[in-house]
Design a protein around this ligand. Sequence first.
Ligand SMILES: [Zn+2]
Ligand SMILES: [Zn+2]
Length: 421
Amino acid sequence: MNLEFDEQQITEIFYRWYNGEKVSSLLEELEVEKIPNCSLAKHFPPIALETPCRNCGENLYAFRSNPPHFKKTNALYDISTAHCLNCEHVESETCQCTGCIEILKERNKLIAQHEQERLQKRGIQLENLFNEITPIDSDNIEIEKLIYLYSLCLQSTCEDVCLISPLSASEAPFTPSTEGQRECIMSLLDYIAPLCEDEELLQFNNNGHATWEGDQVSYRIKTGDTNHLDYLEGLLKAIKDRLKRANIEEMSRFIALCERLMICECIDYLRFQRESYHLPHEVGAKTTALFKKLIYNLRTDQIYSVIWRSCREATAYKVKNGLPKHHASNLIISSIDSYVDKATQKNWEIRSYYRDSSKRQSTLSRVIFNKILELDGHGVEHTLQDVITKINSLNKIEKSEESGAQIDMRETSLETESIIK
Ligand SMILES: [Zn+2]
Ligand SMILES: [Zn+2]
């Protein structure tokens, strides 16, 4: 409904309205039925703008300003109400005129096209990653890598044997620490290709080079067609066969892997205990060397009890003597060492602790201790000496004729860089 006044009257009405006169009294005087303040401007003819409509080219029109808008902009019309009288277009993102609906349709079509192109490109990039990996040949791959691959497949919840589910989706940790997990994955990059739809988790740069979150993506491997259980059994058998036939160098590598895993369990428990006492956790050569020495004769779960004891004592000492945290934290290492020395001299029996319920046995530990070595327990109930004896006995089955192939305890264990920290 447009109110019929001439331009002079309209100017006067708006002038009075802007000057604070009440709409109700104005309307009464003009003998017009009641109209709410907010829509009063819409009841007067709109003002023609110089801007043409983007759909049909006719001039746009805008309604006159209401008092707040006039105060703010000093403009006689409100540009946000611009509209076309010819094609019903309004200057708004949500305009539903025929022209705008057509434009929106075109835009959506273009977006869909881009999205399809993007997905196609990503599919090709992911496929390229897969094409670059080497099929797994269990006879010609380093024994450690074969063990890591078997562990990955064992941990995976995918039915498809060629697809490994993200490590983060599993209840059990892959290795005792996340650093170790990352290094296992890094060592397998020739054999596993990451796969993930989420562009945040797996990104490609302009050269098609991928970076990803190691434990949050899936991985693909190249295997023959076979079902999951058969494949897992085949891998385990291959590992055991390799150990039966292993030469000294290969056995030493396997022992070194067991040794690193056991050291890693100790360091991880040390971290756990230090954190529970709010002490800083730093691992240097001294700590690693200490655990390397202790695991030979002590079960990991015995070392747990010594760590627990030393953390408790160092904390008590810190409180009593007002020591800084890092000092107390360093004390733990010498305290563990001296307690074990004392226990050995005095023939004390060192108690053994269970794994803490929050620190589940890792898949790699389960594979090595329970699956390959067929030992009981949760990977912490054995000394390295027990492990070496077991490895020798497995190797002996095939090598009973060649006594020279036996590993003479720990002297030959390789000093390789720690893969599992
Ligand atoms: Zn128009
Ligand atoms: Zn429109």
